[in-house]
Design a protein around this ligand. Sequence first.
Ligand code: ZN
Ligand code: ZN
Length: 249
Amino acid sequence: MLGAYGGSTPHHRQTSFLLDDTVAVDAGALTESLSLEAQARVRAILLTHSHMDHVASLPFLVENVFGRAEGPIEVLAPADVVMSLQSHLFNDALWPDFTRIPNHLLPVFNFRAIEVGKPFRVNGLTAMAIPVWHVVPTYGYVISDESSSIVFSGDTGPTEAIWEAARSAPNMKAVFVECSFPDEMARIADISRHFTPASLHAEMAKFPPDVPVNVYHMKPPTLAALREQVAALDEPRIRLLHDDDFLEY
Ligand SMILES: [Zn+2]
Ligand SMILES: [Zn+2]
């Protein structure tokens, strides 16, 4: 767990996970949390969507690993997310187009547009992107190796398909789900399509049964209220994640 939050302070990093040292899910804070050597070991990055708290470190990571990584890093997401990053971030205005640096045959990273709802292989893992309910095109991921599956919700409010996929995945070991705002901000959560503790609690009925529920993407300014409200749910399955937590399945 490199970044457990949906915002940035000196004590809170933006959303980033790292699986098996080599596959990242989202890139909110990869450069703040990993040494240069560890950054160069990242071979693939799965993106849930284009929002800044999920991609902010991507420009700096590709610059840092220039000449260090073994071959291009793969940045994977469905085509609409890839298009958004090409048009709005790596557009030679906000940041250089590193898919053509040093040249298009030998780039620092490649985008790979993946098909929604279809399993694909990424650095020894199998993953599948499923659309969720957010204000821009956003995808959750079910990710599996030979012995375990886990599911990442992406930024979302109440949704269905990702939980169906999670319930039917073999060896499901853990849910990673967002919860952004406290209950008194339910209106903002609804408009921006995020969970509060109350709406997350209702959503849990759809989760695969009896597996840990790891909560991330808390907005730092409301963290104290969020913690209290999540604790008051009295759900032993729920754990609020922190930066640098290490989980093994
Ligand atoms: Zn976010
Ligand atoms: Zn978002």
